[in-house]
Design a protein around this ligand. Structure first.
Ligand code: TYD
Ligand code: MG
Length: 453
């Protein structure tokens, strides 16, 4: 085989060098050099065209409905946009030990009855280890073939001979191609291997799942470098301390993003959680200050989550502000709104905010929940336990309408809430009885009067 020439390129400015350098002499950035394949003598897989194609008019293309196969795990299918699409490459990223291998083995178990052979390539665990886990998970192992291999050429060769109906690469950090000299897991290797796997998926029209570990910083050869290559990016998140795991879509060419699937890690593997709101509220304290339930929307699904706050006199000159699960800057902004518009004196107070269950909420509808929780803790007044809230707040204390109010109300009513305090702009538009008392508010002051006991 002809030896491939490689060079090192700065990822910030494009400066190239024959040797690896710690600091780019051109733009001065540190640790930005990545091994790349030389274009002469052979093309990078990324640039290789799939076939010689002529331009076609959009109108002339006949639509084909994409084939989707269910994995047998409802939450996983939902996140994928309704099942696995043939020919797609799905990256499953997450911290080591979060349950990526478990999830994919369970998905293969579900696929096993529906498709032909499935190839599980593991560079991390021996077939015996996988067998032990499969037994614990009671996997339907009928069609699952294990391949302990880390050379990409070996993997593609085996896949070519076997022509499986789906493939898992666990994990991309252990796979290497002989064309690059750098160690497995380096950015160049990860990107080149992923590009070749992508090509294989498109050519043989099978789904390929790629497992990628995220390092703490999310930088060094993290799956981030793959995000633009693959079709779907899923992140498996969760606290080690909690048993819930959230599978989140970051990118999906075959479905909506921001969809989440919720699982619980048990001794028999991952279990789907069909009623997450109940799970997240199961240990909620009643009639205690500093706890509010917000009706959020995650993707297409309404979710009731509890927000807690602790406001206490600071012991140091500089008050501490901490937020877990919501944006820190947003919390600071809301504290300023409370000071100015509701007359709360929070300047000498430490404030801690936490979303229960290790969830992360980014939508603005969570504002009213944060406001209510902080005010509740600061004034030592509990929020009425059967009341939930949602809505956005502006800097002048005005309460702004948010999307999908009816879906939120339905979920709240289902869980057993009796009152919902929401933006007047939303309340006016609600038609019919939602099975819950609806209270519309226009400003911060009215809002706090409506929710605090
Ligand atoms: P794993 O799928 O190996 O994680 P990853 O592939 O993301 O590194 O899962 C590892 C964790 O899951 C491990 O800490 C043990 C736990 N686990 C259970 O609690 N129950 C189970 O049935 C299985 C298979 C794993
Ligand atoms: Mg694993």
């Amino acid at each position: 085989m002809a030896k491939t020439r490689t060079f090192y390129q700065c990822q910030s400015c494009g400066y190239t060098s024959a040797k690896w350098l710690g600091k780019c002499p051109d733009c001065g950035s540190w640790n930005s050099f990545v091994e790349e394949k030389a274009v002469t003598g052979g093309r990078s897989s990324l640039r290789q065209p799939l076939s010689k194609t002529a331009p076609v008019s959009l109108q002339a293309i006949e639509g084909i409905s994409e084939q989707r196969t269910s994995t047998g795990i409802g939450e996983f299918d939902r996140v994928l946009g309704g099942g696995v699409v043939a020919g797609s490459v799905i990256l499953v990223g997450g911290d080591p030990g979060i349950g990526k291998s478990t999830l994919l083995l369970q998905a293969f178990s579900g696929l096993s009855g529906r498709t032909g052979k499935l190839l599980y390539v593991s560079g991390e665990e021996s077939p015996q280890q996988i067998k032990m886990r499969a037994d614990r998970l009671s996997v339907n192992a009928e069609n699952i073939i294990l391949l302990p291999e880390t050379s990409l050429e070996g993997i593609l060769d085996a896949a070519g001979k076997m022509s499986p109906d789906a493939m898992v690469i666990d994990s991309i950090q252990t796979v290497y191609t002989q064309e690059l000299m750098s160690a497995p897991g380096s950015v160049g290797q990860v990107r080149e291997c992923a590009a070749k796997l992508m090509l294989h998926a498109k050519r043989s029209h099978i789904p390929v799942f790629i497992v990628g570990h995220v390092t703490k910083e999310g930088t060094i050869a993290g799956p981030r470098v793959l995000e633009h290559i693959v079709d779907t990016v899923l992140y498996f998140e969760g606290d080690r301390g909690h048993s819930y795991r959230v599978l989140r879509t970051m990118k999906n060419r075959f479905g909506s993003t921001n969809e989440i699937g919720i699982f619980e890690m048990s001794d028999a593997g991952l279990r789907e959680v069909n009623n997450p709101s109940e799970l997240f509220l199961s240990e909620r304290p009643q009639n205690v200050s500093g706890s509010t339930v917000v009706a959020c929307i995650e993707g297409t699904r309404p979710l009731m989550v509890e927000i807690q706050a602790l406001v206490s006199q600071t012991n140091f000159g500089m008050p501490r502000r901490t937020s877990i699960g919501v944006d820190f800057n947003r919390v600071n902004l809301l504290i300023a709104v409370l000071e100015k518009r509701a007359g709360l004196h929070l300047g000498g107070m430490d404030i801690f905010i936490n979303i229960v269950g290790g969830l992360k909420i980014i939508e603005p509808a969570v504002d009213l929940g944060i406001i209510a929780t902080i005010a509740s803790s600061a004034r030592e007044k509990p929020v009425e336990p059967k009341t939930c809230v949602f809505g956005e707040i502006g800097l002048s204390g005005e309460i702004r309408a948010v999307a999908q109010a009816e879906a939120r109300l339905k979920e709240a009513a289902k869980i057993g809430f009796r009152r919902a305090v929401l933006p007047a702009g939303n309340a006016e538009k609600i038609r019919g009885n939602q099975g819950i008392e609806v209270i519309g508010v226009r400003n911060c002051e009215d809002f706090l009067n409506a929710v605090l006991l």
